[in-house]
Ligand binder design. Structure first.
Ligand SMILES: CC(C)(COP(=O)(O)OP(=O)(O)OC[C@H]1O[C@@H](n2cnc3c(N)ncnc32)[C@H](O)[C@@H]1OP(=O)(O)O)[C@@H](O)C(=O)NCCC(=O)NCCS
Length: 177
């Protein structure tokens, strides 16, 4: 299964994927994804998407997408943690596959593609995952991530608190030319 770099033409699919979180969380309160309090407008999404494309151009973001039947079905991003001398070697990973496309290997392919592109860009990749998100944790372990910590009640949905797990892995340096 192939993945490719995020491109400007992905904006409509990017917005649809983000908006679908608001639909899904109504029937799946365990959805381990963040939601802004109000669904962002298309104008706000446009600013966010532009910032991501700028980050890619500046070498601070790695972003790959997977398509299914011509539509954007999943996204994985790795964003530089900071620009200090002390934290610019760390990337923060996030991945999401649309509800109807899960369990068919897209998440697996997205992680493979994103982590390959992290070589020579980041030395460490970190992520947080809600502790009950066993499928995602299994996928991350399969890609070399280990649990390095726990943030008690780090995730709150409504009145319900869940623990977040912190996971990390090292990235091998890019091969010499
Ligand atoms: C987590 C997510 C990205 C996985 O993507 P996916 O396309 O469904 O995953 P894949 O089909 O590539 O599965 C890959 C592996 O993940 C594991 N896995 C994924 N979902 C699983 C589930 N619900 N239950 C058990 N294992 C699961 C399996 O170990 C599978 O390994 P296998 O190939 O040996 O069977 C996707 O389910 C998703 O977007 N979920 C909602 C958002 C989310 O939770 N994102 C992560 C936030 S930290």
């Amino acid at each position: 299964m192939g993945v490719r770099d995020l491109a400007w033409r992905d904006f409509p699919g990017w917005v649809a994927l983000y908006y679908s979180r608001y639909e899904e969380v109504r029937t799946n309160p365990d959805l381990g994804l963040y939601l802004r309090p109000l669904r962002p407008s298309v104008a706000e999404e446009s600013a966010l998407f532009g910032a991501v494309m700028k980050g890619i151009a500046e070498g601070d973001i790695v972003a790959v997408v997977a398509e299914e039947e011509g539509a954007l079905a999943g996204v994985c991003t790795v964003q530089r943690k900071g620009h200090h001398l002390e934290d610019c070697h760390v990337g923060i990973l996030a991945v999401a596959v649309r509800a109807g496309s899960r369990g068919r290997g897209l998440g697996d392919a997205l992680l493979t593609g994103a982590l390959e592109r992290c070589r020579g860009v980041f030395e460490i990749v970190e992520l947080t995952v809600v502790a009950l998100n066993e499928g995602a944790i299994r996928l991350y372990r399969k890609h070399g991530f280990e649990i390095s910590g726990r943030h008690p009640r780090g995730f709150k949905r409504g009145d319900r608190y869940l623990d977040d797990l912190l996971m990390w892995r090292a990235i091998e340096p890019a091969a010499a030319p």
